[in-house]
Write a protein that binds this ligand. Structure first.
Ligand SMILES: Cc1ncc(C[n+]2csc(CCOP(=O)(O)OP(=O)(O)O)c2C)c(N)n1
Length: 337
């Protein structure tokens, strides 16, 4: 069985810059996300968007222990993760707007096609669940290269029901690969509650046992807890101790995609998570109660982030659209005559 980790972490154990740094990353993620939704409604961004509002602690808490050369495989709700790993905001907006400044240099297509190797952001497969076997490949490559890099693979509860889960986890456990599997259990895969998609009803992380991988279940909205448990797993992977599986219990505040009325969840449940379990609001209250930071500190961070976002959107909007010939660049297939 996975270990259910409960810790009431005293923020006073950490220095103020670090604590405010975590807050800043979460506010950056949320401000980015809400502005992207605004741009979507204004018709400046097209396509599907899966908002990560409510799940900010995942990226902020895990990426705080990663280095630039470490890898992440983000999920389809994962702007939070790529922002925390350090992909510049204007580049992500640029990908959503199809501008040349985006990481795909104008190919666009939004979240699943952001790739930024400079920060170890490897992109995402459109078919969910490919991440497990890709992570195994990345982990195996690190082992062959004999570096101390780590790969964090993020995915949702619904994705964990795919058969590729078995292949990836088995390979990672068998070869003791430097991978941290992070399951964002936000309860629903589109409209299906996770207990209706998994044979084991309690914790998804319990399945890690079957692959010889240690599993942990945590409150995924407690950013300090995410930080501590992920840090231990990342250090273990870096020092040759092999993979770990973390299941963070969380919740998305919005529908599956923008436009989803989400009638499959009760309003009471949604309100409870928004009002009582919001990762940013709770973290702020916790730091104030502990005397670790004051209202003014948060207000100052909020203002800095607001400006970063305004600048990033302006930068992306000023960037040109690609020429049509862009679609022929980077093609590796040759015609067969
Ligand atoms: C193989 C595959 N099946 C179905 C889809 C369509 N799809 C996109 S998101 C999603 C739900 C995933 O749920 P979960 O993994 O719990 O993540 P969440 O959306 O809750 O963050 C589905 C079924 C897909 N992209 N790939």
């Amino acid at each position: 069985m996975a270990e259910v980790v409960k810790r009431d972490i005293d923020p006073a154990r950490y220095d103020k810059d670090f604590l405010l740094g975590l807050y800043r990353v979460m506010v950056r993620q949320r401000t980015f996300d809400l502005n992207l939704i605004r741009l979507l409604h204004e018709g400046k961004v097209s396509g599907f968007y899966h908002s990560g509002v409510g799940q900010e602690a995942t990226g902020a808490g895990t990426c705080a222990s990663l280095r630039d050369e470490d890898y992440i495989l983000y999920d389809h709700r994962g702007c939070n993760q790529m922002i925390a790993k350090g992909v510049p905001l204007d580049k992500i907006y640029g990908d959503f707007m199809g501008r040349l400044c985006g990481t795909t240099c104008g190919l666009g297509a939004g979240i699943v096609h952001v790739a930024y190797p400079e920060k170890g952001v490897l992109g995402q497969s459109g078919t969910l669940g490919a991440c497990f076997v890709i992570a195994a490949g990345v982990g195996y490559a690190v082992k062959v290269k004999k570096t101390d890099q780590v790969c964090v693979c993020y995915f949702g509860d619904g994705t964990a029901a795919r058969e590729t889960f078995h292949g990836g986890m088995n390979w990672a456990g068998l070869y003791n690969l430097p991978i941290v599997f992070y399951c964002e259990n936000n309860e629903y895969g589109i409209s299906t509650h996770y207990t209706k998609a998994h044979a084991l009803k309690d914790n998804i992380a319990d399945r890690a046992d079957g692959y010889g991988i240690p599993g942990y279940v945590i409150d995924g909205n407690d950013v300090l807890l995410v930080y501590e448990v992920a840090k231990e797993a990342i250090e273990r992977a870096r020092s040759g101790g092999g993979p770990s599986f973390i299941e963070g219990k969380t919740f998305r505040h919005r529908g599956h995609f923008e436009g989803d009325a989400a009638t499959y969840r009760s309003q009471a449940l949604v309100e409870e998570w928004i009002e009582k379990r919001d990762p940013i609001k709770n973290y702020r209250a916790k730091l104030i109660a502990a005397g670790a930071a004051a209202e003014d500190d948060f207000t100052a961070v909020d203002a800095v982030v607001e400006k970063e976002i305004v600048d990033a959107i302006a930068e992306a909007e000023a960037s040109p659209m690609p020429e049509c010939t862009r679609i022929y660049e980077g093609l590796f297939a040759e015609g067969v005559v």
